[in-house]
Design a protein around this ligand. Structure first.
Ligand code: ZN
Ligand code: ZN
Length: 133
């Protein structure tokens, strides 16, 4: 774990609460939980901080979430440059894939197999089944 980096981040972003916990996550408005120490620690921390800096406050739908994940990674790219952290595209794609898979899986209508859409309230709707059955 890059303790120096974390110290610098705490100094540069005193308003953000960094805590070590079960997994990496950002909880709006200003809480960054750090998962168990791992190789990609530094980059993952910068990503969660990216959510904060992008002003993400409500993750909304899965599609909206995927967009926010991308934004947070773009922000992490800037931060990585600033703090001298290696921006590993493989890690980024791996993380984004979990959201892509999730979106893909949950979007599929279990009845007819068509791609459903998700309303703002989080409920999935199938354009076929709701129209014709
Ligand atoms: Zn994220
Ligand atoms: Zn359907």
């Amino acid at each position: 774990m890059d303790k120096v980096l974390l110290d610098r981040l705490r100094e540069d972003f005193p308003e953000v609460k960094f805590r070590r916990g079960e997994k990496f996550l950002f909880r709006p408005p200003d809480f960054v939980m750090l998962g168990p120490e791992e190789v990609d620690d530094a980059l993952l921390i910068l990503h969660e901080l990216g959510h904060y800096l992008c002003g993400h406050r409500d993750f909304g739908t899965l599609a909206g979430r995927l967009k926010m994940e991308r934004e947070a990674w773009e922000k992490a790219r800037e931060l990585a440059e600033r703090y001298g952290v290696l921006y590993d595209e493989v890690v980024v794609e791996r993380e984004l894939d979990t959201y892509r898979d999730d979106l893909h899986q949950k979007s599929r209508c279990p009845k007819c197999g068509l791609t459903r859409y998700q309303a703002q309230d989080g409920v999935f709707h199938c354009p076929f089944c709701e129209e014709y059955t």
